[in-house]
Write a protein that binds this ligand. Structure first.
Ligand code: HEC
Ligand code: HEC
Length: 341
């Protein structure tokens, strides 16, 4: 289990040790002394990563049952709530949360849920209002999953949010912990190039996601072995994964899935950006076409790599899609606009 290799890092972070010890509910921390792993020794960046509690520490009571159910939904969403779900049909395609929020949302720099509960409710620029964590979950059900929102008070919604809360126990309210965001990459001084990205795709991605980007469905026809990266069954434009910088950050430190990790990426920043542009190229690949006109009611707040007009800055649509992004950020900074992506 992951724990043993992570324990050494805990020893270097007293606060984490305390959190983990509490989470371990009586399991003596000294017993968590790890077998030495040279890789962990060398990796200073990994030393301070947040360590989520182990599933064996989920309490054996009604709350624990809810946490376990929430985790199960987040791992196997399509079986419960997808188009063929046994509890209800909310997801509009076969994608599940874990196709992006890797390892039940516990992977550092892999779209984890470490600080999700601690940072909501929060103001969201896309809606121009404050959302709760449950609202934010529904965002992902509606966009990447192309579906319809779950009732906020449903057992399933409460279970997912309760799992996220348990996972982030000890994260300061409103705060971040190391490893919770996507990892930064260096932006390019040229536009991302889908043609170069195609070559990267052929070399590193085709073997799982397929030449046609449609992935591989499991034999049961309900969930994916390898999820699709474009097409009508993939995530909508308007999903964060459709934005070149976000997608590149995810891809660089998590894909190819069997080889890459935050501390041993396979692609260079340049390759990650180009392949993200190829995957997300709307000229080459179709996707569902939602109405995005009410997104970002305050134009200034559009992320630099969100490319549906109108824009509050002076840059053309193509540049918001492919970059270069630095000039946009510099212009925005000078003019007092948000510079985020
Ligand atoms: C196609 C990929 C994809 C799928 C599938 C997906 N998400 Fe997301 N989700 C994202 C991205 C990208 C973000 C934005 C992360 C960021 O802004 O850095 C996000 C953000 C979130 C957040 C906010 C996290 C935070 O810390 O702010 C939550 C909660 C969330 N997703 C839940 C879910 C749930 C639950 C499902 C399944 C019903 C799901 N997502 C499916 C890609 C996906
Ligand atoms: C060894 C197989 C494999 C390879 C190679 C691979 N992936 Fe993936 N990819 C996966 C799996 C499996 C998932 C779903 C996450 C999971 O289940 O762990 C995924 C998820 C994704 C996602 C998020 C889910 C979605 O539907 O959008 C993106 C984006 C992605 N991969 C892009 C890439 C890119 C780009 C490459 C090449 C650089 C690549 N992958 C190479 C197996 C692979």
């Amino acid at each position: 289990m992951e724990r043993t290799s992570l324990s050494r890092r805990e020893m270097t972070m007293p606060r984490m040790v305390i959190i983990v010890c509490i989470a371990m509910l009586g399991v003596a921390c000294s017993q968590q002394q790890p077998a030495e792993t040279p890789a962990a020794e060398k990796s200073t960046a990994a030393d301070s990563l947040f360590v989520p509690p182990d599933t064996s520490t989920i309490p054996k009571n009604a709350t624990g049952d809810l946490i376990r159910y929430g985790r199960e939904l987040l791992v196997n969403f399509p079986y419960y709530l997808g188009p063929k779900g046994k509890i209800g049909q909310f997801g509009g395609n076969g994608l599940g949360c874990q196709n992006c929020h890797l390892e039940a949302g516990t992977r550092p720099y892999g779209l984890n849920y470490f600080s999700a509960h601690a940072r909501y409710p929060q103001y969201r620029a896309r809606e121009g209002k404050v959302l709760t964590l449950a609202d934010r979950v529904n965002n992902c059900v509606e966009r990447p999953l192309n579906g319809k929102p779950l009732p906020l008070d449903s057992k399933e919604m409460v279970a997912m949010v309760t799992y996220m809360q348990w996972l982030g126990k000890g994260v300061p309210v409103g705060g971040n912990v190391p490893g919770d965001k996507l990892k930064e990459i260096a932006l390019l001084d040229r536009p991302a190039d889908p043609k170069k990205g195609r070559a990267v795709y052929e070399q590193h991605c085709v073997r799982c996601h397929g030449d046609d980007g449609q992935g591989v469905l499991k034999e049961d026809g309900i969930a994916y072995v390898y999820p699709p990266l474009w097409g009508k069954l993939s995530y909508q434009p308007g999903s964060s994964m459709h934005r070149v910088i976000k997608a590149a950050q995810f891809i660089k430190y998590n894909m190819p899935q069997d080889l890459a990790r935050w501390d041993k990426p396979v692609l260079t920043d340049e390759e990650a950006i180009d392949v993200a542009a190829y995957v997300n190229d709307d000229h080459l690949h179709e996707r569902p076409q939602p109405d995005l006109t009410s997104e970002y009611p305050k134009l200034k707040e559009k992320p630099v790599d969100y490319y549906f007009p109108p824009f509050a800055d002076v840059f053309p649509q193509e540049q918001h899609k492919y970059g270069p992004f630095k000039p946009i950020m510099e212009w925005r900074k000078k003019n007092g606009h948000p510079t985020g992506y």
